[in-house]
Design a binder for this molecule. Structure first.
Ligand code: 9MR
Length: 477
């Protein structure tokens, strides 16, 4: 977002980070983080039309230093554990939404997207499911009911879901999970269909690890998603976890692999990035780690359908790595004392190099991009969810002529502000909101559609608001 208001708010927020970090240092006995750079990661990412996210550990949100970094540096959050099946449905049919709801509220308060993780996964299943014995048809109903209930709960609040997680063996065959053993591969298509029915606007992903480059496992994943698409199964994207090792990152191979999935017409995303090293860390390992982070970020940014990057944890203090890999750690962009590491700078540099420096919007030398031309258009502006102080809107524009880059505009009611948006780069000036294409959805064929969505704060948007495309008002439609 380019508007001055947002930047000012964020500058103030960063000052608050420094202040509360100093307070936290007294409380927790570690030193205050050095001031993170300005503009923040989320600002440079938003200017490229991509998101930058982090896994969030629910228990740490009450730590001011932690939550300040999450809110000021990231525009997307993923629940590290709170939305997993064992957390959400600990007893059959009894749901515990506390952790997930907290994260969604945090995201709404901080203008962030939510990446939902994860609906159907062989790991972290509740005991009743793991150990229970069910007929095939009962198990199918259990799976689709769970997907339906959870996606419905967070309809219009979670923009992307890892519907199926880690379905593959290393050799590219499907993992012998309880789901696969009883239901065969059909559990995957059924899960996606249930998710689409519950929230038609959420982007539906399949997510896995060790699939970052071309290998037997990613080949198996490729064949599956190609076939799902061919069968009309509602899948939108593929998540690549990217739990990597310092010194073993091949950016070019990652880019090529992202591109082959993108060429199937799918969104791709880096969903769980961390890059671990053998401990103790030293400055040469940290420098290599920074180069490796940069390589992954550059790979995503080189692929127009790569919508964003999520890191798996803010700081080395919070990471899952040391618990699982003996003698390894220091995998995150912030260190144990919440100080940004060279890896943090590398991520920022990657977005800036991809055109992500928002610059100063008050600078007359920074006029923004010219309006691309458009022909006739019709637009549906639909408020899909509203509450006292906000709303969720989805906009679909049909264009009469082929576009290579687009810019849409509309007005919000007085006092209503744009909070966050997806599938476009958003800015607000007065009541007017301008949305231009993200890197991955600028090309639209004649008769094709543009879809984006956003949340408001301060009040609700109005159903049926008129939209213009390239300066021409679109018909209602
Ligand atoms: O980071 C998560 C850790 O706290 C949990 O104990 C663990 C349980 O399996 O899951 C970790 O997150 C995993 C993610 O959900 C799926 N991909 C691999 C991640 C790291 O194990």
């Amino acid at each position: 977002m380019r508007q001055h208001r947002v930047r000012t708010v964020r500058r103030l927020a960063r000052a608050a980070v420094a202040a509360s970090a100093a307070a936290a240092a007294l409380t927790f006995g570690f030193s205050a983080p050095s001031q993170a750079a300005d503009p923040s990661l989320r600002e440079v990412a938003e200017s490229t039309g991509r998101f930058i996210g982090t896994a969030v550990n629910d228990g740490l949100l009450s730590n001011g230093t932690y939550s300040d970094i999450v809110s000021t540096e990231f525009d997307s959050v993923t629940a590290e554990n709170a939305m997993k099946w064992e957390a959400v449905e600990p007893q059959r049919g009894q749901f515990n939404w506390a952790g997930g709801d907290r994260l969604v509220q945090f995201a709404q308060a901080n203008d962030q997207l939510v990446y939902g993780h994860t609906l159907v996964w062989h790991s972290q299943m509740p005991g009743w499911l793991q150990n229970g014995s069910f007929s095939n048809s009962e198990l199918r109903t259990i799976v689709t009911d769970h997907v339906t209930t959870q996606v419905s709960r967070y309809k219009d609040k979670v923009q992307r879901w890892d519907v199926v997680n880690e379905a593959f063996n290393e050799d590219g065959s499907l993992r012998q999970s309880k789901f696969y053993q009883q239901l065969g591969a059909s559990y995957i298509a059924d899960s996606f269909r249930a998710a689409r029915a519950a929230d038609p606007d959420a982007k539906l992903f399949i997510n896995d690890y060790n699939t970052e480059t071309a290998n037997a496992k990613s080949d198996g994943l490729y064949r599956l998603v190609r076939d799902l698409k061919a069968q009309g199964v509602p899948i939108d994207g593929v998540g690549f976890q990217n739990h990597l090792i310092v010194g073993q990152v091949n950016g070019q191979a990652i880019r090529q692999n992202l591109q082959r999935f993108a060429d199937l017409g799918l969104e791709v995303a880096v969903t769980e990035l961390d890059i671990r090293m053998r401990m103790p860390s030293d400055s040469s390992k940290l420098q290599q780690q920074a180069r490796d982070y940069r390589a992954v970020a550059d790979a995503c940014l080189a692929v127009s359908r790569c919508s964003g990057i999520t890191v798996w944890g803010v700081s080395d203090r919070d990471s899952w790595v040391p618990d699982v890999f003996d003698g390894e750690g220091a995998a995150c962009p912030w260190d144990e004392n919440y100080r940004p590491k060279p890896a943090y700078d590398a991520l920022r540099d990657a977005f800036v190099a991809a055109g992500g420096d928002p610059g100063d919007p008050d600078d007359p030398d920074n006029p923004g991009d010219p309006d691309p031309p458009t022909g006739d258009c019709s637009a549906a502006f639909t408020v899909s969810n509203r509450w006292d102080t906000g709303s969720v809107v989805s906009v679909t524009i049909r264009t009469g002529q082929a576009l290579n880059g687009w810019r849409a505009q509309f007005d919000l009611p007085a006092g209503v502000n744009l909070a966050n948006g997806w599938n476009g780069a958003f800015s607000q000036s007065g009541r007017t909101v301008t949305v231009s294409n993200a890197a991955y959805n600028g090309t639209v064929s004649a008769g094709g559609t543009i879809s984006f969505g956003f949340q408001t704060s301060g009040g609700a948007a109005q159903d049926g608001t008129r939209v213009s495309l390239g300066g021409q008002e679109c018909a209602a439609g």
